[in-house]
Design a protein around this ligand. Structure first.
Ligand code: 4AD
Ligand code: MG
Length: 444
């Protein structure tokens, strides 16, 4: 007999072959002579039906238990692949009365299953989302590989606050003896380990910019940390950001078309690779988005403010808030929309000044469900202008990049979790990764 994961058992469909599968019981129907069990092992969205003669059914074989089954693959009268069990072994019991939180008769809400982060990968919703997450990250690497970008590992520990929004987590050693010994060299406890304040990265951009000026187009996909005091359905303290930096990029239009191309690629590829998972998440909502064959819309920040005024949405003095972002997307018939050329004072120091020098060459891409999904810009490449805006001398290395063989570049950051929200119509970002972190939630 051959042990296979259910994904390959179903794919190969070797009817007549004696096969061994292992997994969890997702559904159990006990009839007069036979017991039907649906088994899932996480390898795919599909479950394998196991047909078990009554005498092999033990009390331990329940919903949620883990099992090993040996049997012969056959086709059901309706043409469905199934396994006729010859041997069934319960590997781990699952006693619902002991507190197992799920049962097959209830459609549990996302809020309910979020209380059980350690068990929720057993649910259809979360397992499908995590398989899609896995696929999306592969598609991202494939995309950049075919476009000849280099994948760069940017550091997680850093001394820069790239975005300057004051949302950094500080990193300090926890060992009292180390601290004591090191304090003799520098009295400031913040500096004790590295000799300067050290943070968890809020963005790998500045390091990517350095790599771009030598290696050409580069990207990174890694953990990013923000100490935002937000428990919203769109914010995490730890998320994954895809960041790309485009060498010799001189205008926003080039940056926009590369973002649009990437997003459409990911959406199309994921529909090819994970259709069953998308269906498992939501049969109705996860139809291909209507915008896939449309061009993304572009409006300037000034135009966006005018549209909002005409719509009578309460005007916020600065920026565009979440409600306004979603109103702008609705205004654009739910086609993603780039908001370009933002007031200088609302954006970070590294962004390139526009011809109208009150603005910068910045973009936000707004999408249905999340609003902002991408933030990017052309980078200030004028040494003198950048020097004036540099937030700290500690970034002199970054300034120096403009001195030696400088090139124009532009880049962007795409939140992986927000992308998954848009791709799979997921209202709450906390469901797009296994162990979400947000204020007061890091126990598990
Ligand atoms: O707009 P942001 O802050 O841009 C940057 O960090 C740039 N340095 C990127 C670059 O140009 N290389 O963040 C980019 C994206 C946002 O549009 C959003 O999708 C996501 O990162 N993001 C978050 N996702 C989840 N939780 C949070 N707290 C997030 N903050 C930003
Ligand atoms: Mg942003």
């Amino acid at each position: 007999r051959r042990y296979s994961v259910i994904a390959s058992v179903i794919k190969e469909a070797n009817v007549g072959e004696v096969t061994e599968v292992k997994g969890w019981v997702k559904n159990l129907r006990v009839q007069k002579e036979l017991v039907f069990a649906d088994i899932s092992d996480g390898s795919c969205a599909k479950k394998l039906q196991i047909v078990i003669p009554k005498h092999l059914k033990t009390d331990e074989l329940t919903y949620g238990s883990s099992v090993r089954v040996i049997g012969k693959l056959s086709k059901s009268p309706r043409g469905q692949l199934e396994l006729a069990a010859e041997d069934v072994k319960v590997l781990g019991e699952c006693v619902v009365l002991d507190g197992y939180p799920f049962n097959p008769r209830t459609t549990h809400s996302a809020e309910y299953i979020r209380q059980y982060l350690h068990l929720r990968c057993r649910t259809n919703y979360i397992s499908a989302l995590l398989r899609i997450r896995n696929a999306v990250s592969k598609h991202i690497h494939n995309y950049f590989d075919t476009k000849n970008y280099l994948h760069i590992h940017t550091p997680i520990l850093t001394s820069n606050d790239c975005e300057g929004a004051g949302e950094v987590f500080k990193v300090l050693p926890d060992n009292k003896d180390t601290i004591k010994a090191m304090m003799q060299q520098d009295k400031n406890v913040d500096n004790v380990y590295f000799g300067s304040k050290t943070f968890l990265t809020v963005s790998g951009q500045l390091h990517l910019e350095a790599m771009c000026r030598g290696l050409g187009n580069v990207y990174t996909l890694g953990p990013t940390f923000r100490a935002e005091n937000s428990r919203s359905r769109l914010h995490l303290s730890e998320f994954y950001m895809l960041e790309a930096e485009l060498a010799f990029c001189e205008n926003l239009e080039d940056l926009q078309s590369s973002i649009e191309d990437l997003l459409k690629y990911i959406f199309i590829e994921t529909r090819n690779t994970n259709e069953d998972d998308l269906y498992l998440i939501d049969k109705e909502k996860n139809k291909p988005p209507t915008w896939l064959d449309k061009k993304f819309i572009t409006i300037t920040y000034t135009e966006a403010k005018d549209i909002l005024k005409r719509k009578g949405l309460p005007d916020t003095e600065d920026g565009i808030n979440k409600e306004q972002e979603l109103a702008l997307v609705a205004h654009c018939d739910n086609v993603p929309v780039f908001i370009v050329r933002w007031p200088k004072e609302q954006k970070s120091f590294y962004m390139k000044e526009s011809q109208d020098n009150t603005k910068v060459e910045a973009l936000d891409l707004l999408a249905p469900i999340t609003g902002e999904i991408v933030g990017g810009s052309l980078r200030e490449d004028d040494y003198k202008k950048l020097k004036l805006k540099l937030p700290s001398e500690a970034l002199n290395w970054y300034l120096e990049l403009r001195k030696f063989g400088n090139i124009p570049t532009g880049g962007y950051g795409l939140g992986l979790e927000r992308l998954l929200q848009v791709l799979c119509s997921v209202p709450n970002i906390k469901d797009t990764l296994p162990f979400p972190r947000w204020p007061h939630n890091c126990d598990m």
